[in-house]
Design a protein around this ligand. Structure first.
Ligand SMILES: *Cc1c(COP(=O)(O)O)cnc(C)c1O
Length: 351
């Protein structure tokens, strides 16, 4: 079975597991005079994350969702208006900061343009037309097929920050995929935003953890809020250690993940009823199956019968995600299965 459901299924490498055994540990919730916790491995990971993103400081969270939620709440008060695109993970999947019972923030929607970039004219109009507290961006964009921000977008983003003083939070769950895919350095991407979240637990292959990187002042606020929300951890060096391994080794496998993704996409360029409506920038392919005659779930079930695990996303698509645990020689088999499903679907979607 080839499993392309998500890059969250990646299992920790032997090197990662070994790193846990020898990691120096301490109580990360017990702060010293510098405001840092007592777990040296957590501190090492946070320093490494800050350095890679070009930010002053970083903070470890158990999940990307808690990291995003804490970041957004730290910039906002209940009732504040936050710019999001409706397909972004923060709005579509997480939602909690916009809940009447929790974050009580008001979402204001901006559109994406035909190049899969945020529509900055739209964003400007919203900022000029009302009081916007925070702008949220996603790179790479999960539900848009792993598309990446281009250089023009980063320039536009910096301009908006300078001109209007609005804060920007980047959901960079797959930040390192985005950097490799766009050819733009990680710290160059992050220089256009105030805070950035990235996940260790997706394509980077670590078992647990996400980081937020930002200014020292912002991280200090985040640390307090993280504790209140129950996100403080004690000997968290046991999850930080594999994270350090991930950050020191990702460049050797993320590129291969992208190459495999591209090979599969290239092999699917003559599909009839299944559509790929986005550029292949990173490790994700979205197949629009609305013309196949199959429901998304039927499509996934049929794929599974042929040896391919995939997942429905949005209302009309299924998603293929490539990662280090996908056998490097599986392109041909994946292409064959999708091509077969495409052929079967032409007969009215029935076998
Ligand atoms: C997975 C993901 C998150 C959330 O991370 P969790 O660790 O699963 O909470 C946030 N944003 C994007 C774009 C993601 O893909």
């Amino acid at each position: 079975m080839i499993d392309l459901r998500s890059d969250t299924t990646t299992l920790p490498s032997v090197e990662m597991l070994n790193s846990i055994v020898s990691a120096p540990l301490g109580d990360d919730g017990r702060l010293g005079p510098s405001g840092r916790g007592e777990d040296p491995t957590v501190n090492e990971l946070e320093d490494l994350a800050a350095k890679l993103t070009g930010k002053e400081a970083a903070l470890l969270f158990p999940t990307g969702t808690l990291a995003n939620t804490t970041s957004i709440l730290s910039y906002c008060q209940p009732g504040d208006r936050v710019l999001v695109d409706p397909k972004m993970h923060i709005y579509k999947t997480e939602k909690i900061v916009f809940s009447d019972h929790f974050g009580q923030l008001t979402p204001v929607f901006y559109s994406m343009d035909t190049k899969f970039q945020p529509n900055f004219d739209d964003i400007k109009n919203h900022i000029e037309g009302s009081d916007i507290k925070l702008l949220c961006i996603e790179d790479s964009h999960n539900f848009q097929g792993g598309t990446t921000l281009n250089q023009d977008s980063l320039i536009a983003l910096k301009k908006i920050k300078e001109e209007y003083g609005v804060k920007v939070h980047l959901d960079g769950a797959r930040l390192f995929n985005a950097s490799i895919g766009s050819g733009i350095g990680v710290s160059d991407i992050c220089s256009a935003v105030d805070s950035v979240m990235f996940c260790l637990s997706k394509g980077l292959g670590a078992p647990i953890g996400s980081l937020v990187c930002a200014s020292k002042d912002d991280i200090k606020k985040l640390r307090e809020l993280r504790k209140s929300l129950g996100g403080g951890m004690r000997q968290a060096g046991i999850i930080a250690a594999p994270g350090i391994v991930a950050l020191n080794t990702f460049s050797s496998f993320l590129k291969e993940d992208h190459a495999l993704c591209r090979d599969v996409a290239d092999g699917l360029n003559d599909l009839i009823n299944i559509k790929i409506n986005h550029p292949i920038d990173t490790n994700i392919i979205m197949l629009n199956v609305s013309q196949t005659g199959f429901t998304q779930n039927e499509f996934c079930d049929l794929a599974e019968q042929k040896g391919l695990l995939i997942k429905p996303v949005l209302d009309d698509s299924v998603r293929l995600v490539f990662h280090r645990d996908v056998p490097r020689d599986s392109a041909e088999k994946v292409i064959e299965i999708i091509q077969d499903l495409d052929k079967e679907s032409r007969n009215g979607g029935k076998k």
